[in-house]
Each structure stands twice: as structure tokens, then as C-alpha cells.
Design a protein around this ligand. Structure first.
Ligand code: MTE
Ligand code: MO
Length: 412
């Protein structure tokens, strides 16, 4: 696409939390500044992660550490380990010694409570490798207006690396589920933010049916290598397509429950959507909520980066992106360069397996010099598509999946 450079330093905040009517007003007068040959005032950029083994992700919080993947770092088909987002609720546990000796307990509504080491998991059950989505339940939260409580994710609380582990179903079958088993409760070894080790920083759970799904695994490898500590070593759950908080890191116990789990992260407005739509910004009623399970349909343009300045004379843009939907394949991704008046289909690649994101590509016409917005809208196999704005506002901000938008400027 020729020489390109960013003309908007504030990528993280672009197009953030604005209704369609407000879009024009929210844009800095960059075009005018460029025309006059002056640089636009550079807003302060996001803080970037500095951690061995990790790319310079965008830090959303230090305590606990939360870092999202910038859209242009989501361009790989398989998310490299260094580019996978990080979401902690407490502290990173201090785990040393042989990872194969790490123990995981299965108890509660089972015939035979088990305590298995990672080494036993590896040798006793078939090992499987899948490319699976991991997405934070709050992904997209920053698009809500007014601001909803929590980390202000854009679209970067998501990644699709390759995980190796064992089917959770095999382990649960080995323990023998009682007929009273209806829900799981997950525990990890991380201390709370305050440093307590006698209570979980978060403990979520899922219905037994999701626990028995083929792609729900206890993983000990990430992209073919031993799981890094920051991503949950020695072993973690991966519950693809559903809120990432179910994918417990530093896993040491799965408690099989005879009722919906009630650990930290299961109550209040945590990981819950409102049943009756509420006025944005209002308090809402905790009792009128449902648990967020599958994540919504989403598309992210990964090339070019938002704010790219294209060389004079550019007439075509070869665009790339990723699209996914919690419990369905992506059927179509449509691209618009006229603010949603007309749409053209992108090419969508098939997924390597269920619960993997899908690459889309499109050759976009840019008939003249000047400013364009390029919009992407994914539709899944159930016919569910992305709204134009983040809707169904809820106090802790789940489910925001508006169409994705980038801005490009073709130089004159
Ligand atoms: N033990 C434990 N597991 C956890 C968490 C945590 O704080 N503690 N965070 C959860 C949340 S909210 C998400 S989105 C994912 C993030 O996984 P990652 O940091 O490997 O990207 O881990 C989940 N598993
Ligand atoms: Mo999360």
C-alpha cells in the first residue's frame, strides 16, 4: 500500500463511546492541521506493557495487571503468545517447582473425588490441540456511553492462540458426575489484590453442558510451548466462546455444584446483562439480570491501523481483519466506506476448528484523495449481526460489539 504513517496518535481513544450523531464532532481536526502542514496536537498515548515475553500491549490497569492487544497486533492468524492480552483480577501467584507435579482437585457432586497432577492429566487422557478464542467478558466496554464500570477495553481483550490440553469432559467422566451435578465452580491459586491466599480473587463457573463440550479443555501448553505463568501455568481452563473469566488460570480445583455457582464474580452485576433494557447510566436492578455466557459477534480490522495516512494516488486498500462470534461461525463480513449507506462483502476464510476466529480480507476502493472511514460488520451463521452502536447498556458494561471503524487519509 506504499508509504504509510499514523496521523492520529490517539488510537486507543478513537471512535470511543460515541453515538453515530456525535462521530464527526469527536474527531480531531486532523485534516485541517495536515493541510496547513502543522502536526495535530498529540494526545497522550496509552501506557505500553513492558514485560519479558510480552509485546508492548496497551496497559488498561496496573493493579491488577490488565493489558489489551492493539487492533493492528491482532493481525496474525494464530495469536502469538507475546501478543495475547492479559487480564488478572488478583496478583500473579508465585509458582515454582515441577509443573507436572501441580495438583488439580475435582470434588463436589462426583462419585469419585479426584486429585490429579498435571503429569497424570497428560498421560491418562488424550491430549488435544485446538485454536480457541479467549475473550474477556468486558471486551468492547469502552464503546458504551456513558462509561460503564470496569476496564475500558476497546476490542483488544481477545485472542485466538493454539492451546494443548485434555478435554475437561474426560476428567469429569473419570470422576463420575452424579445426577445432581448441574454447574461447575472454578478455583485458581492467585492471591487477591490485597494479597490474601485464603480466598479466591475470582471464582466463576458454568453449566455442566458447557463443561462437557468437546472444546472446553484443561490446557497446559500455549502455542506448542509450556504455558507461561502470566497465562495460567501450570494449567488453566480454556472455555472458548464464553466470557474469559471462566477460563481459570493457575487452576487447582473444580468444584461440581448442585446449583449455580456463587463464587466471587457470579453475583451482583458481574458478568450479567440486564433482562429488561435500562436507561444508560442508571443503577438497574441486580435481580433483573441474566448471566453473560457466549460472547457476541465482533469484527476487528487489523490492517491497516486506524489513522493510517496512505500515499497520494492510492486507489485501493487491501484490508484485513478477524471476526468471531461466541457460539457460531462467521457467515459474512461487510465493508462500507460511505458510513453504512452501502456495503460490500469481504472474503471470509473458514475457521480451522469451532471457536476459532476467521480472517476476512477485502479490496476497498478509495476513489479520490482525502478522508475515509472504513467500517466492518460481521454476521454469524445464526444471522446475528453487529449493531451500529453499543446497545443494551448495563452497569458493568458487557456485550458492547458495535461495528468496527477505522479512519484513513489518502494524501493529496
Ligand atoms: N485464577 C484466575 N483466572 C483467571 C483470571 C484471574 O484473575 N484469576 N482472570 C480471568 C479473566 S477475567 C480473563 S478475561 C482471562 C484472561 O486470560 P489471559 O490473562 O491469559 O489473557 O483469564 C481468566 N482467568
Ligand atoms: Mo475477563
Amino acid at each position: 500500500m506504499g508509504r504509510s504513517e499514523s496521523w492520529n496518535a490517539s488510537r486507543r481513544n478513537v471512535l470511543k463511546g460515541v453515538g453515530m450523531a456525535a462521530v464527526g464532532a469527536s474527531l480531531p481536526p486532523v485534516g485541517a492541521a495536515l493541510a496547513q502542514g502543522t502536526a495535530p496536537a498529540a494526545p497522550k498515548g496509552p501506557k505500553l506493557l513492558e514485560m519479558e515475553g510480552k509485546a508492548r500491549l496497551s496497559v488498561l490497569g496496573d493493579k491488577p495487571l490488565v493489558a489489551e492487544t492493539q487492533a493492528e497486533l491482532m493481525d496474525d492468524s494464530v495469536t502469538p503468545t507475546d501478543k495475547l492480552f492479559v487480564r488478572n483480577n488478583g496478583q500473579v501467584p508465585d509458582i515454582t517447582g515441577d509443573p507436572k507435579a501441580w495438583k488439580i482437585k475435582i470434588d463436589g457432586e462426583v462419585n469419585t473425588p479426584l486429585e490429579l497432577t498435571v503429569g497424570e492429566l497428560m498421560s491418562r487422557f488424550p491430549n488435544v490441540t485446538y485454536q480457541l478464542m479467549l475473550e474477556c467478558g468486558g471486551n468492547g466496554r469502552s464503546f458504551f456511553s456513558p462509561e460503564a464500570r470496569g476496564n475500558q477495553w476497546t476490542n483488544g481483550g481477545a485472542g485466538c492462540p493454539q492451546w494443548t490440553g485434555v478435554h475437561l469432559a474426560d476428567v469429569l467422566k473419570a470422576a463420575g458426575l452424579k445426577s445432581s451435578a448441574i454447574y461447575t465452580g472454578h478455583y485458581g491459586a492467585d492471591p487477591t489484590l490485597a494479597g490474601e491466599t485464603d480466598k479466591p480473587s475470582i471464582s466463576r463457573g458454568m453449566p455442566i453442558a458447557k463443561a462437557m463440550e468437546e472444546h472446553t479443555i484443561i490446557a497446559f501448553k500455549l502455542n506448542g510451548k509450556d504455558m507461561p505463568l502470566i497465562h495460567g501455568a501450570p494449567a488453566r481452563l480454556v472455555v472458548p466462546g464464553w466470557a474469559g473469566s471462566l477460563s481459570t488460570k493457575w487452576l487447582n480445583r473444580i468444584w461440581i455444584r448442585d446449583k449455580e455457582h456463587d463464587g466471587p464474580g457470579m453475583g451482583g452485576f458481574s458478568y450479567r446483562l440486564t433482562k429488561t433494557p435500562i436507561v444508560p447510566g442508571t443503577k438497574g436492578d441486580e435481580k433483573d439480570t441474566v448471566i453473560l455466557e457466549a460472547m457476541p459477534v465482533r469484527s476487528v480490522i487489523t490492517f491497516p491501523a486506524d489513522g493510517t495516512r496512505l500515499a497520494a494516488g492510492t486507489k485501493k486498500l487491501d484490508l484485513r481483519g478477524q471476526a468471531w462470534s461466541g457460539e457460531a461461525d462467521i457467515k459474512t463480513v461487510d465493508i462500507s466506506t460511505d458510513y453504512g449507506v452501502s456495503w460490500k462483502p469481504a472474503k471470509v476464510d473458514p475457521a480451522p476448528n469451532k471457536y476459532a476466529w476467521q480472517r476476512f480480507t477485502a479490496a476497498v476502493d478509495l476513489p479520490s484523495a482525502g478522508y475515509y472511514e472504513v467500517w466492518a460488520k460481521a454476521t454469524d451463521a445464526k444471522g446475528v449481526t453487529q449493531p451500529f452502536v453499543a446497545g443494551n447498556w448495563n452497569p458493568q458494561g458487557y456485550g458492547a460489539n458495535p461495528i468496527n471503524r477505522i479512519r484513513v487519509l489518502v494524501a493529496t
